[in-house]
Design a protein around this ligand. Sequence first.
Ligand code: PRP
Ligand code: URA
Length: 209
Amino acid sequence: MSKVFEMNHPLIQHKLSLIRDKNTGSKEFRELVKEVSMLLAFEVTRDLSLEDVEIETPICKMTTKMLSGRKLGIIPILRAGLGMVDGFLNLLPAAKVGHIGLYRDPETLKPVEYYCKLPTDINERDLIVVDPMLATGGSASAAIEFLKDRGATSIKLVCLIGCPEGIAAVQDAHPDVNIYIAKIDEKLNDHAYIVPGLGDAGDRLFGTK
Ligand code: PRP
Ligand code: URA
């Protein structure tokens, strides 16, 4: 069974409260999502491996640490996942970015794929799937399935807000994928929106309705 990490850092929780507020407009919402994503990126990369390297400071030679191991890939689920990419790239500028376009059919609530463009070497990368909302878990599970079908072997899922239903669905479908969430909310409502949540993440990011 995969692990679920709730990111309780005070800055993450403070900014998430501002994101949730219905009076927060798109400009501020986008900025806050970017800031929280950067903080999440910091937490999510705690287990990256390091190796010893020799360098020379202006004073003397030394052995120090630098990142080693597999390269990274950031995979936003369109649209709302796009809002998290810049925050991740601020900390991980060498990561490649792949896009998976999914929307939830409003009738069936099932994810429908409309776009997919990935780095060619995803099988050699540690992938971080980003999407602000983990509601039924259908979109995240489908995105992870697409990545595995195309050769991915190492995947983490990072969300701003999740709920027990979505977590259980992803854990069930993908027991190898650890899940990182800023806050786990109470439940889904009858329209499969997270309660209390933040509303429709894509609409709030991009000012649509
Ligand atoms: C939202 C959100 C997730 C999905 C979560 O996207 O960004 O991708 O819903 O719901 P689920 O866990 O029940 O699948 P949406 O389908 O609204 O598309 P958008 O990002 O283009 O607005
Ligand atoms: N998608 C969203 O944007 N918000 C929710 O609460 C659920 C799905």
